[in-house]
Design a protein. Structure first.
Lengths: 405, 486
């Protein structure tokens, strides 16, 4: 019994004393920061020093732009030292920290400041092509960064340099919000612009901006043809004048031009071409009958030409028709052109067959060696009286009451 | 016969093996965006330099920015690099990888979330490929673990400046600089709590307990019940908003409408309402905080000006989740949720429905009203109240749930009967009056059915839960009805 009491007493003492220890450690001076520096240059080691307290080595929580971590203490000469990890000291920005002792009363922050040193000129430029005329522009964005990939301090000078035709310009811009930028306006002329930048003695790469001509202005058209006969064989070539924008820059190659041809009966024919050095060519075959064309060209939605007219004369004034073999074989020809030469092969000849004034059939054949022959088979065209009409090259001949038997 | 069975079996197998991917899913054309991270984010008015910003680009930038935060939180929680490369450029991601490597070797993990962002677009380049954003007063909540042991819980407000590049269709962070950081000190205005002495009751409709806002919702039924409650001399009801049922982060407007009708019915009958949020929600994990907060934000901002509202109850009996989810985690969640609710509604008091008297002092400085539930023996109640009053001298106390089941059938032959229940209410009302407590009893009706999710599937529990009402399931007032108030 006596034994038990002593035992309890001892245990009690132990408990009390341990409680007292906790108490006293609570009462001892809280951990205090000894380091007074709060601004560091990026890349330099940062060590936070604190008063040591009773052999305790609490962790240090610290957090920067990219993340947070815990740092263990090193005891040294009655102080606690925390070495901030390199991946934190090499990035600029605020680092806040808390000593994770019991009451977490020691907390603070320090700044890691950027250095005025440029290692790379991170350059972005766009759009890569702009329009001449002084209203369109491209934007140069430069982020000068140091060797640790940090943006340089605000208000660092960046020289933006441009070369265009005979001019070379240099503009000073200053970093703000981590970047520096400059709008580069086009001049009146088209061409290529070279852009680069420099900061603290470091130069960027060269960048190229294409300054294209602006939209085309109205233009003229011309036509060229071997002769003015409607032979359905030769080719008429249209071309534009040199198409230019309002600043007199030749439009970019490949500008698409459409030629609209309105013929004598109001039908529309179309041919197209794309420009090379401002001129677009387009071709079309001659009509095979006498016609009047009026032609106008467009760059869709942007510019148009004047209107020109072309006349095509008929190549065949007259032709002969012979009936043979019970009038069932109709020989058309010789079909002769303007110099009495045989018409080139391929001219369309159309035979229209009427019975009792009703159109029964239309047969189209093409000329070969100046002649066309139509054969009317008895199985199809019964014996009887027919009217025939033959058309070619815009002329026609009619034969009434021809009897087939 | 057997042969036929075998053949049909084999043919069944063949036809199964012949089924392939559905054509519509072959090209993976549908991409469903799952909301994972939705902190409060409000853009400052757009006055950026460079090209004018449009909504479509701003939206894309915002989505990728929040995703960048999300993948970073996941990476630091798990110390794995998955997802980082989508949202940080080649050189920027190295900085995150360095942290992950360091924290992995040191066995440090960080669970974090951001609760609020106020970005300003500083610059948008002419070609639409580069943007600079300053995000001011980002509220960051962090839990830092060393060897799986929590060593720090901290909330900071920081300002970040960022350069974004549009690469491969992602807005990626190129430079990230923390410009300032301070401890977060939410300001909480003092809220008046003396507008009403609560004499109320926990309410569920008779036919649809725990499913009040479902298809069977009828304002008339609720209005009738509210009239009964008002006529009985009570002045308030406590109702429950279930997190999943109301649509989680994207609150279903139809549910809001039903809740509004309920509040309207209360107002028409002269009753005040305590709305309990986050019912049936038990996941307090940091990764879901932003989603939880959007849920609360929608509901609180919708009803903060409703005349019937008297208080917000953040969560019903959260202390029951202490064991399974970690006490500090649950408390941190509640703490931050209170800050959020108070930031939106600066008028109505906030409370937490603790399931016992021992938990009541938790967060006593944060809540405006201390609520607790009591289902234990009445003999110890008086003492428990005295203890609580000593610990919480300056906040009103509400006995927010109490009651007795009158079930003594097959599953619980020795249970209390209707008379016991009446005696219980008579006695507890005396204690309430003596201690000048505010109260809300459990509950108006005996229920026909109780969902398994509430008390489990054991019949003696479910049947007990069905008989807590002052009115039985045939609509007849039980003896206890006389003692519904003091």
């Amino acid at each position: 019994m006596h034994f038990k009491r002593t035992y309890t007493f001892v245990i009690g003492l132990v408990l009390l004393s341990s409680f007292a220890v906790i108490q006293s450690s609570d009462m001892t001076n809280p951990i205090q920061l000894l380091t007074t520096q709060t601004d560091y240059n990026v890349g330099y080691p940062v060590v936070l020093e604190f008063t040591a307290s009773e052999g305790e080595k609490p962790l240090l929580y610290c957090s920067n732009s990219y993340g947070s971590t815990l740092v263990s203490a090193k005891a040294k000469n009655d102080t606690l030292q925390y070495v901030i990890p390199y991946n934190m000291t090499k990035k600029i920005g605020v680092v806040n920290w808390i000593v994770l002792d019991k009451n977490k009363s020691a907390a603070g922050q320090f700044n890691i400041n950027p250095k005025a040193e440029v290692a790379t000129m991170e350059t972005y430029i766009g759009p890569p092509s702009i329009e001449a005329g002084g209203t369109d522009y491209t934007m140069l964005v430069v982020i000068p960064t140091d060797s640790l990939d940090n943006p340089v301090p605000t208000n660092t000078k960046v020289d933006a340099k441009f070369q265009f035709l005979n001019s070379e310009e240099k503009d000073a811009i200053f970093t703000k919000n981590l970047i520096s930028y400059k709008n580069i306006y086009s001049k009146k002329e088209s061409g290529r612009m070279l852009v680069s930048s420099e900061s603290l003695g470091v130069n960027s790469k060269e960048f190229t901006i294409n300054v294209w001509a602006a939209i085309p202005t109205d233009f003229k058209i011309m036509a060229k043809r071997p002769h003015n006969y409607a032979d359905g064989n030769q080719v008429t070539t249209f071309n534009t004048s040199v198409i230019k924008d309002k600043q007199n820059n030749v439009v970019s190659d490949g500008t698409f031009v459409t030629f609209f041809i309105t013929n004598g009966i109001g039908n529309i024919l179309k041919t197209t071409g794309t420009t090379i050095e401002g001129i677009a060519y387009a071709k079309i075959i001659h009509p095979d009958f006498k016609d009047n064309w009026s032609i106008k060209a467009y760059v869709d939605g942007m510019a148009e030409s004047d209107t020109i007219t072309l006349n095509y004369q008929s190549v065949i004034e007259d032709f002969e028709v012979a009936f043979a073999n019970k009038n069932r074989e109709i020989l058309v020809g010789p079909l002769q052109s303007f110099m009495k030469q045989m018409i080139p092969d391929g001219l369309h000849v159309k035979l229209l067959i009427y019975k009792d004034n009703l159109l029964v059939d239309t047969i189209t054949k093409t000329a070969f060696n100046g002649y066309v022959t139509f054969n009317l088979k008895p199985a199809i065209y019964k014996n009887g009286s027919y009217n025939f009409s033959i058309e070619t090259a815009g002329t026609h001949k009619t034969f009434n009451n021809k009897k087939l038997w | 016969m057997i042969v036929a069975l075998i053949i049909s079996g084999i043919s069944g197998l063949f036809s199964y093996l012949n089924t392939g991917a559905d054509r519509s899913s072959m090209l993976h054309t549908e991409i469903q965006k799952v909301e994972q991270y939705a902190p409060k984010l409000i853009w400052e008015p757009l006055q950026n330099e460079g090209r004018p910003m449009d909504n479509e680009n701003l939206n894309a930038l915002q989505n990728d920015y929040l995703d960048a935060w999300y993948v970073k939180q996941v990476a630091y929680k798990t110390n794995k690099t998955a997802g980082i490369k989508d949202y940080y450029t080649d050189s920027a991601r190295e900085n995150l990888y360095a942290f992950i490597a360091l924290n992995k070797t040191e066995n440090t993990t960080i669970e974090a979330t951001t609760l609020s962002h106020n970005p300003t677009l500083e610059f948008f380049s002419e070609d639409g490929q580069l943007a600079v954003v300053t995000d001011r007063d980002v509220v960051e909540y962090k839990r830092v673990f060393k060897a799986e042991k929590l060593v720090l819980e901290t909330t900071e407000t920081s300002t970040y400046k960022m350069v974004f590049l549009l690469e491969d269709g992602f807005w990626r962070i190129r430079h990230l600089i923390k410009e300032s950081s301070n401890p977060y000190l939410p300001e909480t205005a003092k809220i008046k709590t003396d507008s009403l002495i609560i004499k109320g009751i926990n309410y569920y409709p008779k036919a649809t307990p725990w499913n009040m806002f479902g298809d069977a919702f009828a304002k008339d039924t609720i209005a009738n019940d509210f009239k009964i409650i008002k006529d009985a001399g009570l002045n308030s009801v406590r109702i429950f908003v279930q997190y999943d049922d109301f649509g989680k982060a994207n609150v279903n407007p139809k549910k809001l409408e039903k809740l509004k009708q309920t509040l309207d019915a209360a107002e028409e009958n002269g009753l005040k309402v305590v709305i309990t949020l986050f019912d049936f929600y038990g996941d307090y994990s940091i990764m879901n905080w932003t989603l939880n907060q959007r849920h609360a934000e929608t509901i609180v901002s919708t009803f903060k000006d409703h005349n019937a509202l008297i208080a917000w109850d953040i969560k019903n009996e959260p202390n029951l989740d202490f064991d399974s989810r970690g006490k500090d985690m649950v408390i941190a969640w509640l703490d931050n949720m209170i800050d959020l609710v108070k930031s939106i509604d600066k008028v109505h008091p906030v409370t937490i429905g603790w399931s016992n008297t021992q938990s009541a002092p938790i967060l006593k400085d944060k809540v405006d009203i201390v609520s607790f539930h009591y289902y234990e023996g009445l003999s110890e109640l008086d003492e428990a109240i005295k203890t609580m009053k000593k610990e919480i001298p300056n906040k009103p106390l509400v006995l927010q749930e109490f009651g007795m089941s009158s079930y003594n059938g097959f599953w619980k032959p020795l249970g209390s009967n209707v008379e016991d229940q009446a005696n219980y209410h008579k006695k507890i009302q005396e204690i309430i009056a003596a201690n000048k407590l505010q109260f809300m009893s459990w509950t108006l009706y005996d229920f026909v059915d109780v969902p398994k999710a509430v008390v489990g599937s054991r019949p003696w529990r479910r049947n007990t839960q069905k008989h807590f009402g002052f009115i039985d399931k045939n609509g007849v007032k039980k003896a206890s009805f006389k003692y519904i108030t003091n």
